[in-house]
Design a protein around this ligand. Structure first.
Ligand SMILES: [Zn+2]
Length: 99
């Protein structure tokens, strides 16, 4: 009789694609990104880090959330006059990364 509890757990780590020997483990890092001329640092950013080669992968949802937060104009091919935003689309009341 096997214990199948493991099947219900979300993946906490996965094999490294870079070195194929290490394991990427969830951790929190300081994320750096540029907003125009300004360097933005985001502490406690969710990421996975390989325990062998040190490869770092950021949480995709967190990255896209941050990109939206910092730069709502992302995806615009060329400069255009800024659009008015009559309605705020960000309704998040809980921002675990802002502290
Ligand atoms: Zn690795």
């Amino acid at each position: 009789m096997n214990d199948m509890n493991d099947n219900h757990l979300p993946p906490q780590s996965f094999p490294c694609k870079e070195c194929q020997a290490g394991v990427l483990r969830p951790t929190y890092v300081t994320y750096f990104t540029w907003l125009d001329e300004e360097l933005i640092t985001v502490p406690n950013f969710p990421a996975w880090v390989c325990d062998v080669c040190g490869r770092r992968e950021y949480d995709e949802r967190a990255v896209s959330w941050l990109a939206t937060l910092l730069n709502p104009e992302t995806g615009r091919p060329t400069r255009r006059p800024p659009r008015p935003h009559p309605q705020a689309t960000k309704r998040d009341s809980s921002h675990p990364l802002t502290k």
